[in-house]
Design a protein around this ligand. Sequence first.
Ligand code: NAD
Length: 434
Amino acid sequence: MRIAMIGTGYVGLVSGVCFSDFGHDVICVDRDPAKIARLDAGEVPIFEPGLDDLMNRNVAGGRLSFTTDLKKAVAGAEAVFIAVGTPTRRGDGHADLTYVMDAATEIAQALTGYAVIVTKSTVPVGTNRKVAEAVRAGAPDAEFDVASNPEFLREGAAIDDFMRPDRVVVGVESDRAAQVMSDIYRPLYLRDFPIMTTDLESAEMIKYAANAFLATKITFINEVAALCERVGADVKAVARGMGLDGRIGNKFLHAGPGYGGSCFPKDTAALARIGQDHATPMRITETVMQVNESIKGRMVEKLRDLCDGSFNRKTVVVLGVTFKPNTDDMREAPSLTIVPAMVGGGARVRVVDPEGLREGEALLPGVEWLDDPYEAARDADLIVLLTEWNEFRALDLKRLSEVMATPRMADLRNIYSRADAEAAGFTGYDAVGR
Ligand SMILES: NC(=O)c1ccc[n+]([C@@H]2O[C@H](COP(=O)([O-])OP(=O)(O)OC[C@H]3O[C@@H](n4cnc5c(N)ncnc54)[C@H](O)[C@@H]3O)[C@@H](O)[C@H]2O)c1
């Protein structure tokens, strides 16, 4: 198979690399020449565990290359994937389809023979038909089909998710397109991973419904956590007791500082918008969005309480600012609400994050970046565990407390316990829902 992958971000690059590892010939396109230059030099522009090795192996095998020239990539390709961003449109919460539609228009100019144009980006219901219209308008005689193939990979575990997916969802309208998609995913099919084929609209809807459901699950436990604090229950025990029920499951039941990231915030907003447009309000999703915002505010209040009611002149160490561990992605991270609230309140904030600096430096003005938690803790008044990178899971709490001015900890990922913290000399400790 010859595949063109348009957009080499978190999804496009991982998908392109993995398809080449399946044995397909893949050309990845991006309109950002700096990105392509780095990829050509064998460098992965994002942090994703394992991606550099897999990428370089497939480049060396002659199955994977990079270009800014969309025409060159699309010419002769049997499948053209659109994996460009669909951020929230300013002002109204809709998914911004500018990049997708631009790509469709460019593809129309570049098709040389039959190809399936596959949308991997997360797009509102109806977008694949719009892509088809745009391509037909630009190339009335071109032979093509469209397919919807939403992506479910998680940053930080993206390769494993792509290679061993819970399912692959494919929306198509013709047998010919279904055949091309099944050839592309054949290595997964042979290993019994479920490939679900459906219509375009259902495939588009599955992605939003799945993400909104996961956002709901997290927000549900976060709201339960707030109540646990009031009634003296421990949300970790509650989540475990709930999660052992097979109908509920134990995933996405970890209470924390609210969800963020490149997908949940924008996808819940887009689903809510789609509902409004069709006079079918997604009231649960709308409430989830509001509750999630309030949870971030609740975290700020927790931190303020640990600073005796004011951030002014306090030195606060924040461990982890990316939206989750094992990624450098800062999009909509809770840190982007919580850290500025502290800086704005007069705190000196020191940040330690294994991969956050490159993206985070511009997004978190006025903070100091350090590499070592123990050095950062020197003379500090509060430590905030915000993103649970592995290196923050087994800290020497005694060593930390000994160098702090006032040893206090906000454990917003429930990694430690009050008993451990107090035994190590912390005089203040708060977590979420315990
Ligand atoms: N990031 C995730 O974890 C994730 C998971 C599942 C689905 N998705 C969805 O996948 C899509 C892509 O997300 P992402 O996080 O990879 O985005 P991203 O912003 O990291 O990457 C998008 C890339 O597309 C490039 N681009 C935009 N228009 C282009 C064009 N016309 N031609 C060539 N390149 C172009 C940009 O330069 C950028 O490098 C989104 O719709 C997102 O919702 C993301």
